[in-house]
Design a protein around this ligand. Structure first.
Ligand code: NAD
Ligand code: ZN
Ligand code: ZN
Length: 351
């Protein structure tokens, strides 16, 4: 194995609002319970854009190397790093580490740990050649998976897989996916299908329409042109009764205030997207008499990660992505800000 250099290329956000600066920085050294992953590909999640803008009520590290959908190979490990070896393929996800000792960690709700460390947010992430992860939290990847295609599974895939499970929707039922044309949305359609669910895709524009239809959505409702979105979504559900589950993935407040209207009685609304300064709002009367279940869902635990990767490794999850070099991150952020990305962008990390 090639030796590990002392410096590396990275995209570094030095101040709130960015932009990311492509520059050389030191290669970090893994602590006793950590591994060093040589990153080959990393997805760009909308969360990375929120982090650069600093638009969430959650403190972050600065200067910051963003990125939390990293796929690569373990090249070094601390003496206490168990369960993963040098040479193994590994993924770094949003949850970089957690205390493993609190009640949430003990009951497999690690994302709720008060001491959780977040890749590309409270610790440096995967927009660099060499990234650190806690051995307990990196996801071991099967040798045969393509590292570019698997990268987006490490946040987007895990998150939507968990969200679909949290919705309680059962095979044959209908899920409305809001933001279906984005990174999380494109994968949500694939997981939903693999889980036996029927998909109504909601997003804007014809490029995303074509992509959603290709991914197997039974209907596409364009929020930019629909004259009555609620009626259109309901009309697309069996019997016009509404969706059994709604997955809210959009980075926009409006759908978070509208979903109850097209959810089916006893339906579940799962909030996953994190638009800044936004509020969930629902009419009390409709929510009560329709017995609507409204909840949040936040990434997934370590086992959700293993399961989401397993769906992918079995060939059930194929979502479109475009690959560009690490230095092009600012261009990807620009397209993302404009809502112009159908699917995901994956950055190729230079050798
Ligand atoms: P993305 O930019 O790839 O996709 C967002 C999509 O929403 C776009 O296709 C956009 O056109 C669409 N959209 C915007 N307004 C809409 C509207 N009114 N109706 C329907 N669609 C609309 O973003 P992404 O990477 O998929 O991330 C989505 C959100 O999820 C972000 O806020 C991100 O931070 C959040 N996120 C949450 C978790 C979690 O654990 N809860 C995990 C990962 C990402
Ligand atoms: Zn993410
Ligand atoms: Zn904990």
């Amino acid at each position: 194995m090639a030796s590990i250099p002392t410096t590396q290329w990275a995209q570094v956000v030095e101040q709130k609002g960015g932009p990311p600066i492509y520059k050389e920085i030191p290669v970090p050294k893994p602590g006793p319970d950590e591994v060093l992953v040589k990153v080959k590909y990393t997805g760009v999640c909308h969360t990375d854009l929120h982090a650069m803008k600093g638009d969430w009520p959650l403190a972050l590290k600065l200067p910051l190397v963003g990125g939390h959908e990293g796929a690569g190979t373990v090249v070094a490990k601390g003496e206490l790093a168990a369960g993963i070896e040098i040479g193994d393929k590994a993924g770094i996800k949003w949850l970089n580490g957690s205390c493993l000792a609190c009640e949430f960690c003990k009951t497999s709700d690690e994302p709720l740990c008060a001491e959780a460390q977040l890749s590309g947010y409270t610790v440096d992430g995967t927009f660099q050649q060499y990234a650190i992860g806690k051995a307990a939290h990196v996801t071991k990847l099967p040798d045969n998976v393509a590292l570019d295609a698997v990268a987006p599974i490490l946040c987007a895939g895990i998150t939507v897989y968990k969200g679909l499970k949290e919705s309680g929707a059962r095979p044959g039922q209908t899920v409305a996916i809001v933001g279906a044309g984005g990174g999380l949305g494109s994968l949500a359609q694939q997981y939903a299908k693999a889980m036996g669910l029927r998909v109504i895709a909601i997003d804007g524009g014809d490029e995303k329409r074509a992509m959603c239809e290709e991914l197997g959505a039974e209907a596409y409702v364009d929020f930019t042109t629909s004259k009555d979105l609620v009626a259109d979504v309901k009309a697309a559900t069996p019997g016009g009764l509404g969706a059994h589950a709604v997955l809210l993935l959009a980075v926009s407040e409006k759908p978070f205030q509208q979903a109850v209207e097209y959810a089916r009685p006893r339906g579940a609304i799962v909030a996953i997207g994190l638009p800044a300064n936004a509020f969930l709002k629902a009419p009390v009367f409709d929510s009560v008499v329709k017995m609507i279940n409204i909840k949040g869902s936040y990434v997934g635990n370590r086992q959700d990660g293993v399961e989401a990767i397993d769906f992918f490794a079995r060939g059930l999850i194929k979502a479109p992505f475009k690959t560009v070099p690490l230095k092009d991150l600012p261009k990807v952020f620009e397209l993302m800000e404009q809502g112009k990305i159908a699917g995901r962008y994956v950055l190729e990390i230079p050798e």
